[in-house]
Design a protein around this ligand. Structure first.
Ligand code: ATP
Ligand code: MG
Length: 337
């Protein structure tokens, strides 16, 4: 089997400009760069979605998320595979088998679990166990590179550990995914991009933030979105320069401008060096955001559900073939077949 790059985009609700610039676009770039040497698996982690509450209709959101990739310019070829996790039952089956190898102590140590369960009286088993499902998502396909944020590194390490444990106990069957450090190198970005909250630029933009003016959603009207940029928090230093520590608001705007225009950040910074009118910068960024959103929305709307369903059908046939083969080997080693 050739090596695989794997990614999934959770679709519990709409996505923000931060998710788009920080996760979706880099993934599309990666896929377009590597689809001649790697299999590119892009899956909709719908079994992960049902762990928490879902805004709107899950089945509609599922199709929508594939449209996002298409509208962001992913090039289709026979090495790019789209599939829904729940349509490939081997994920759940392998998750169970791996559950029997993982320990409560290991899962208890996951900081995501600690964060998400802190202060709650009642915590779903899904939140506790999803790192094991994630391990199954990865190991079924010999996935080597899984472009995830830093918040997922611990889960990646767990995946490596479970794979090693299985290989030792039952026989060499799983390929270990690359270490977090190797992942970062492969994606050639030493530190992940972090778009900031527009009202509170010390924090990153998050879809779960309640304040509407803090975040730009990809389906805000383009006018709404440009207004949010115009009202973004800045500072009183009166200098346009890139300094995330002292001027996170202004730096964020420069960052957004660079990512949308495709002009390297250093060049954007030099263009604005010496300028003092924050309003001018805001107007420029507001316009870039407005154009981005209206183009993106138009593209998404021209892609039909039918088109997406056809892609999924092909992708799911591929995924089931690969995953069932791996699962069968695992079952054999464990004595189940
Ligand atoms: P939540 O508030 O529910 O955690 P989120 O906006 O942080 O939502 P996630 O679903 O946690 O989004 O992350 C989806 C992807 O987007 C991840 O790869 C994550 O690293 C990336 N991402 C999230 N927020 C930003 C941001 N502000 N800038 C760049 N990338 C981001
Ligand atoms: Mg998050």
């Amino acid at each position: 089997m050739s090596q695989t790059i794997l990614t999934g985009l959770r679709v519990n609700s709409e996505i923000t400009l931060g998710n788009y610039l920080g996760a979706l676009l880099p993934m599309v770039r990666l896929a377009n760069e590597h689809s001649d040497e790697y299999e590119i698996n892009i899956f909709v982690p719908d079994l992960h979605s049902v762990i928490s509450e879902i805004d709107g209709k899950l089945s509609e959101n599922l199709l929508q998320s594939i449209k996002f990739y298409l509208a962001s310019g992913i090039k289709l070829n026979q090495h790019v595979h789209f599939y829904r996790q729940s349509r490939v039952p081997a994920h759940s089956e392998l998750c169970w088998l791996l559950n029997c190898l993982a320990t409560m102590g290991e899962l208890n140590r996951m900081t995501q679990f600690k964060d998400k369960s802190a202060g709650k009286d009642s915590v779903g088993v899904g939140i506790f166990d999803y790192p094991v499902l994630m391990a199954a998502d990865i190991l079924l396909y010999n996935a080597k590179y899984i472009p995830v944020g830093e918040d997922q590194f611990q889960h990646l390490e767990l995946t490596r550990k479970l794979a090693e444990r299985f290989n030792r106990r039952f026989g060499e069957i799983f390929v270990l995914p690359a270490t977090p450090l190797e992942q970062v190198k492969f994606m050639h970005q030493s530190e992940g991009i972090r778009i900031r909250d527009l009202q509170n630029p010390e924090k990153k933009m998050s879809k779960s933030t309640v304040a509407e003016n803090s975040k730009i959603m990809l389906f805000d009207t383009p006018e709404q979105a440009s207004k949010k940029i115009m009202s973004a928090t800045t500072d009183s230093l009166g200098k346009i320069q890139f300094d995330m520590f002292n001027q996170p608001g202004i730096s964020n705007l420069l960052q957004i401008e660079s990512l949308i225009s495709g002009v390297p950040l250093q060049d954007v910074i030099s263009t604005w060096a010496g300028e003092t009118h924050y309003g001018d910068l805001k107007q420029k960024v507001a316009e870039s955001v407005r154009v981005l959103l209206s183009d993106f929305q138009e593209k998404v709307n021209t892609i039909s559900d039918q088109q997406v369903l056809e892609l999924l059908e092909q992708g799911e046939a591929y995924a089931n073939k690969v995953a069932n083969h791996k699962l069968y080997q695992v079952q054999q080693l464990m004595g189940l077949r």
